[in-house]
Design a protein. Structure first.
Length: 303
């Protein structure tokens, strides 16, 4: 990748979960009834769509997060932290109390692997955003990303994006019932190796099932292992940069945000995957939820 300023500004709409992450770096995992002292601590907004939006903004894009935060101090902390890193927040449930989830995250010093205990959007039923809001946000976006949380918002945005033929990425981390409605609507599915279509038992089977379902572009990521992709009757493998991982928290979400940025810039499938892999690798090589933002802002997309 070449270095330098991004020549074209693009806009992205990110629909899904935002959380407040309380992050502890630890030397060892505590056992039952055991306490350990963190070597470092951080507090930042998290969640798949939120992390992808943060990445998109750091790369020079204009990022809007459509989510459900509600009222209360946790929601205000999430909003303020996202604003500080250039993400505009559109809340579909501003008057619902105690809606925003909190996650407790432990990152092991020796491997960079993370463990997460927290809530998600499943316990709340939030209102469907208005047609006017959905139409306006999709119309102004060069790319749309959905993480499958807040299903009613996801369905509404996916339908409008399909109607407008907008490039739309589905972050398929794990199967959710709403996926059966979203998959036929999107242009790109980027799935983790743990994601399974119903009736499949391997990542390879899932990828091929997505292709058979008519998804124009499918990619399956597997951490530090190569990425497999299918598009327009072709397929291939993209290698992932070899880095010493010190913090993997949100790395997949960072990949999706960078992929969405490259898609908005009309990059080819190979260019999108190479670029997203490089950005995610930079994130894994740096400690903390925001330390990597300046580093990725200096990487530009070669086309």
């Amino acid at each position: 990748m070449s270095k330098g300023a991004t020549p074209v500004s693009v806009s992205g709409l990110f629909v899904g979960l935002a959380t407040l992450d309380v992050i502890h770096r630890i030397d060892e995992t505590p056992g039952p009834n055991e306490k350990v002292t963190a070597t470092q601590q951080f507090v930042a907004a998290g969640g798949p769509a939120a992390n992808a939006a943060v990445t998109f903004a750091a790369l020079g894009g204009r990022a809007t997060l459509l989510t459900a935060l509600g009222s209360g101090p946790v929601a205000e902390m999430i909003r303020a932290e996202l604003r500080s890193v250039g993400v505009r927040v559109e809340d579909v449930a501003p008057n619902m109390a105690d809606l925003a989830p909190v996650s407790s995250v432990s990152v092991l010093e020796s491997t960079g692997e993370r463990s997460v205990v927290g809530g998600d959007a499943a316990r709340w039923s939030v209102p469907t955003p208005s047609e006017e809001l959905v139409s306006s946000e999709v119309r102004n976006a060069d790319v749309v990303l959905l993480d499958g949380h807040h299903p009613e918002a996801a369905r509404a945005v996916a339908g409008e994006a399909r109607r407008r033929a907008s490039p739309t990425v589905l972050d398929a981390g794990r199967w959710k019932p709403v996926m059966s409605d979203l998959i036929p609507q999107v242009s790109d599915v980027v799935a983790s190796a743990d994601f399974r279509m119903p009736g499949t038992t391997t990542a390879e089977e899932t990828g091929r099932e997505l292709v058979a379902a008519g998804v124009p572009v499918t990619a399956v990521t597997s951490g530090s292992e190569p990425i497999t992709w299918w598009s327009g009757g072709s397929s291939g493998i993209v290698a992932v940069p070899d880095v010493e991982a010190v913090d993997t928290l949100g790395a997949g979400d960072v990949f999706h945000g960078a992929y969405a940025f490259a898609l908005a810039r009309s990059a080819s499938i190979k260019q999108r995957l190479v670029f997203a892999s490089e950005i995610a690798s930079i994130r894994c090589a740096m400690v903390g939820p925001r330390s990597w933002l300046n580093a990725i802002s200096r990487v530009s997309l070669t086309q």
